[in-house]
Design a protein around this ligand. Structure first.
Ligand SMILES: Cc1cc2nc3c(=O)[nH]c(=O)nc-3n(C[C@H](O)[C@H](O)[C@H](O)COP(=O)(O)OP(=O)(O)OC[C@H]3O[C@@H](n4cnc5c(N)ncnc54)[C@H](O)[C@@H]3O)c2cc1C
Length: 507
């Protein structure tokens, strides 16, 4: 074993959360080393290359670049390149029957009238009442997050601030934290559901994608944010892989140290600091920020954390894994302009937990994807799978290969039915399951998408930055309630501002 390397802070993991924090640290010339197990940066927002083609592995959509939005702030502070981004004004195309196409965009009127044309039994005025209220509250929620420095909550006093801070009082947001979406919007939903009960399914599927939970359990504040998610949508050149690689290379350019292929195996307290052990080196540091899921962190340092904290972590259950499909599509012409599509199926894919498939096409002529002509497009398909069920059914299956063949077949049928005559050929480049995610991101049992948003999640259910060990912090999507990439970047920004950017102050 080589000599022990010294650094002030070790960041574990270079998914979006770890990358964002590394970039901020490099920009501010902090002494740190980031250690990433995989050979590529990005974690769940990474990519893989087969033949010449590049496929996004998991996350595909970006939000938060509006004026003073978290990603806008992050880009400005780090000097990242906005020109690699383009707005996706077509938003998300929602297909409640797997064929029809409703446009969920920033243009609220279009979204309302598209819905009224599909759900002909529902009065357009009732849809307007519901969605105008959702849209207004969504705007207020982002305004509050922009002005509220205590997210994710860190101390008990931070939780209290959610109810006492001026901005929350002024915007009257407290009831949206304490009531579920279904409860809060009961009055608006009643005539709609009475006219067409299928509408409940639309809301459920839309909400599951961003909140990982049902309208009955999701707090109204997170519910409105997940339903108006497509209001501000962006595509990065090269897709999500392009986004992660841009932050990674920018961090290296600013002399930040991010080491790939270096998995952290163990952490222990030593000489008033920590010793971090990988299969290559030993590092000694004063501070640790773990950006890997909380269950993984706990396993790296089983004796470090107090019993109470360990019990709290074990109690938190992440329900979902993902099943994904990666395809190369050949269209007759350049194919659809719209990139993101949510299809609602009559029944879920075999053993999967959601009845919707999310299709993400790459942009036309995205050179970075390695496409040979404008007719070719890459497609990432994803859906939810209940992990308890997966690990129950999987051992009784003949092999995971058979299961993947079934999923491929079902996905191909949905792709062909949806794109119909525009499509010439569908070629599969791989199917991902929870074990694939565990292999490439090390996430415990392949849990993805964070912790489902529960009503009480604002009141201490999620752990926030704190591990209970002095100078040992955590960020990432299992530490806060929120929506994927935008929330883990918000978490990284707030940890930097509240703790790491303040040289002398420690908690
Ligand atoms: C199928 C799917 C679709 C999604 N779609 C979207 C979307 O469209 N938009 C959106 O905003 N969000 C989406 N999400 C959620 C989003 O991708 C994640 O919430 C986010 O990327 C999590 O980032 P993270 O940094 O917290 O964790 P991770 O991405 O898990 O990153 C953690 C990193 O740590 C590394 N690591 C783990 N253990 C170790 C170790 N011991 N030593 C060193 N390194 C280690 C991993 O390799 C990984 O790179 C999606 C997720 C999935 C799975």
């Amino acid at each position: 074993m080589s000599e022990i390397k010294q650094t002030e802070t070790v960041i574990i993991g270079a998914g979006v959360a770890g990358l964002a924090l590394s970039c901020l640290m490099a920009k501010n010339k902090k002494d740190f080393i980031t250690l990433e197990a995989h050979s590529l940066p990005g974690g769940c927002a990474s990519f893989f290359q087969r033949d010449s083609y590049m496929f996004d592995v998991g996350a595909t959509t970006l939000t938060g670049f509006f004026q003073q939005g978290p990603l806008q702030t992050f880009y400005q502070r780090c000097g990242l390149d906005h020109s690699l981004l383009q707005p996706v004004t077509s938003g998300i195309t929602v297909s409640p029957d797997g064929i029809s196409q409703l446009q969920q965009t920033a243009n609220l009127q279009q979204w309302i009238s598209d819905q009224a044309n599909f759900y002909t039994q529902i009065h357009q005025q009732h849809l307007a009442q519901l969605w105008i209220k959702i849209d207004q509250l969504n705007t207020l929620a982002w305004q509050a997050i922009d002005q509220f420095q205590y997210y994710p909550p860190y101390h008990l006093s931070d939780y209290l601030k959610l109810f006492t801070e001026k901005i929350f009082l002024k915007l009257k947001l407290a009831p949206l934290l304490l009531q579920s979406f279904s409860h809060y919007f009961a009055k608006e939903l009643k005539p709609i559901l009475a006219a067409d009960a299928r509408y409940a399914h639309l809301i459920e599927e839309l909400m599951l994608i961003a909140s990982q939970n049902t309208p009955e359990k999701t707090p109204a504040l997170l519910g409105v944010m997940s339903l108006r998610y497509p209001k501000d949508l962006w595509y990065h050149r090269g897709g999500m892989g392009g986004f992660s690689r841009h932050i990674f290379s920018h961090t290296l350019k600013m002399k930040g140290q991010v080491k790939l292929n270096e998995k952290v195996l163990n952490i222990r307290q030593k000489n008033n600091g920590f010793e971090v052990i990988t299969h290559r080196h030993h590092y000694h540091c004063q501070k640790i920020v773990s950006s890997i899921p909380i269950w993984n962190t706990q396993k790296l340092a089983p004796t470090l954390f107090a019993t109470g904290y360990t019990q709290k972590v074990n109690k938190l259950k992440a329900k979902w894994g993902a099943v994904t499909g990666y395809y190369l599509l050949n269209f007759k012409d350049s194919g659809p302009e719209r990139l993101y599509h949510q299809l609602h199926l009559k029944k879920p894919l075999r053993y999967c937990g959601s009845r919707s498939l999310f299709f993400s096409l790459c942009s036309v002529n995205d050179q970075i994807r390695g496409l040979e002509n404008p007719q070719q497009r890459t497609l990432t398909v994803s859906t939810h799978i209940d992990l308890d069920e997966f690990y129950q059914i999987y051992p009784s299956q003949k092999s995971i290969t058979d299961l993947k063949k079934t999923w491929d077949q079902e996905m191909k049928e949905a792709i062909q039915q949806y794109f119909q005559a525009q499509l010439i050929e569908v070629i599969n480049y791989g199917i991902g399951d929870p074990m694939t995610f565990e292999k490439y991101t090390s996430r415990h049992q392949g849990t993805v998408g964070g912790i489902p948003h529960e009503l009480m999640s604002f009141l201490g259910q999620t752990p926030g930055f704190q591990t209970g060990v002095k100078n040992f912090y955590q960020i990432g999507d299992t530490t806060l309630p929120g929506q994927g990439v935008v929330s883990v970047i918000t978490g990284a920004l707030n940890l930097y501002d509240r703790v790491l950017g303040k040289a002398a102050k420690t908690f």
